[in-house]
Design a protein around this ligand. Structure first.
Ligand SMILES: *Cc1c(COP(=O)(O)O)cnc(C)c1O
Length: 434
């Protein structure tokens, strides 16, 4: 058995998984990609009843077995991925064979829990053997931060600094970010998400952090991408390995990159739909090859408000331009159409979708309309609708039932610092003792 190493999208020098994991972003500013994609040979896609946990261990071992003991991989996967991953068939006229893959049953109710929880455990395993200390910087447009904070809280030798755009995340998302957690500092940046991402990038190049080992936990970290392959494989297997259309509500394209890696490993798939909101950089690129970017716009699906998707560079590396266009169709869904989609799915199927999932559902509807063929489809549901009560009320006139773990947050203590979007202000927070 041979295992991949990792190298930057901008150089040929291979590094270990541990190095790629701890560095996050490559020193040359590129993103780590595997030197090859391990095949999924031997996984029976017709076996509908296999357990998610066993599948996760099997797949992760194909990637990491060269460096991590099988016991560590098993423990990380079992511990991190300890929540259900239901595939729900929609019941309604015109929605035959459309399935919603609910990825929001983890502790922070978004799909980010898969990547963040697994990555935290893998980092802790790797650090444990090296005795290092690490400060993780995370720029979040909503869900990443809380998933990472929750995944790392109390993990020895790791501190987490969360940057989020002040006033641009929903009150519920903010509450999930600023709840006090051991080893975690939330920072409200007086700017937008692109400012937060820029601050993180600048920190990595800033000599003022001499002696502090910085890492990132955004979707750029390879440790988050690997677990994001697993639920695709699990869902496709539950449909008996049919060539499905998979709609992925997308922002930074980390989730989609996980799916593409699974496809390159041999998972059968007809077509990915990159389902974006009004931030349409990638759909435009797929249509006309343009790489012109615009500043991010605020939308109802705010975890996807990304002007320049950071995983674009990775996708371009993994796929030729032709394959990219063959395998992925891009869609851009406006706020009005997002609300209409939420309404349509509630009316026609009795299903409450959050605004991000609604973008994915609308992409499937448009795709089916344009192809005229009701191929089986999977829509990744990336967040629980109760995280977005304002938009849900606006669309449906009522809230989704609130899970207990969400309502409980309003009674907890918080911890947040507000800063200007400047490198110096961030440095002050990170270098302070806490
Ligand atoms: C992060 C996020 C997305 C976008 O995922 P990317 O990997 O950035 O493309 C979509 N929906 C929700 C709810 C998210 O939190």
């Amino acid at each position: 058995m041979t295992y991949p190493k990792y190298r930057s999208t901008r150089s040929a020098e291979p590094v270990s998984f541990a190095d790629a994991l701890l560095q996050g972003l490559a020193p040359d500013g590129g993103l780590f990609v595997p030197t090859f994609i391990p095949k999924l040979d031997g996984i029976d896609f017709r076996k509908k009843d296999g357990s998610f946990s066993d599948l996760a261990i099997d797949v992760l071992t194909r990637w990491l077995g060269g460096e991590l003991a099988s016991e560590s991989i098993r423990a990380a996967a079992r511990d991190a991925l300890d929540f259900p991953v239901p595939l729900i068939p929609l019941q309604g006229d015109g929605w035959d064979n459309v399935h919603v893959l609910e990825l929001f049953h983890g502790p922070t109710l978004s799909f980010k829990d898969f990547g963040a929880r697994t990555m935290a455990r893998l980092m802790s395993t790797v650090l444990g053997s090296a005795g290092e200390k690490l400060t993780i910087l995370v720029a979040t447009s909503g869900d990443t931060g809380s998933a990472v904070a929750d995944g790392f809280a109390g993990v020895p030798n790791v501190r987490v600094v969360l940057l989020y755009p002040d006033g641009l995340v929903s009150p519920t998302q903010e509450r999930q970010l600023i709840v006090k957690r051991q080893g975690v500092q939330a920072v409200a940046v007086r700017g937008n998400f692109d400012d937060c991402q820029r601050l993180v990038k600048e920190a990595f190049a800033d000599p003022g952090y001499d002696g502090v080992q910085l890492s990132s936990a955004n979707s750029i970290n390879i440790g988050r991408l690997l677990p994001q392959m697993l639920y695709y494989i699990h869902a496709v297997r539950q449909l008996g390995g049919a060539e499905v259309v998979i709609s992925v509500p997308s922002g930074n394209l980390g989730n989609l990159t996980g799916g593409v890696m699974a496809a390159l490993g041999g998972m059968p798939v007809r077509q990915f739909l990159a389902s974006h909101n009004a931030n349409d950089f990638f759909p435009r690129h797929l249509t006309d090859g343009s790489t012109e970017w615009l500043p991010s716009k605020r939308t109802y699906s705010n975890a996807m408000d990304v002007g320049v998707p950071s995983n674009f560079e990775r996708l371009q590396h993994l796929l030729t331009a032709d394959d990219l266009r063959r395998l992925i169709r891009g869609f851009s869904v406006s706020d009005d159409d997002t609300l209409a989609s939420m309404r349509r799915v509630a009316d026609e199927c009795g299903y409450i979708a959050d605004p991000h999932t609604a973008v994915g559902l609308e992409a499937v509807r448009r795709y089916r309309k344009s192809t005229g063929s009701p191929e089986p489809a999977i829509v990744l549901s990336t967040a629980h609708p109760a995280k977005f009560p304002e938009v849900t009320v606006q669309a449906l006139g009522k809230k989704a039932p609130t899970p207990e773990r969400l309502s409980r947050l309003w009674d907890e203590e918080t911890n947040v610092i507000s800063i200007e979007p400047s490198a110096g202000a961030l440095r002050e927070v990170v270098l302070a003792r806490w």
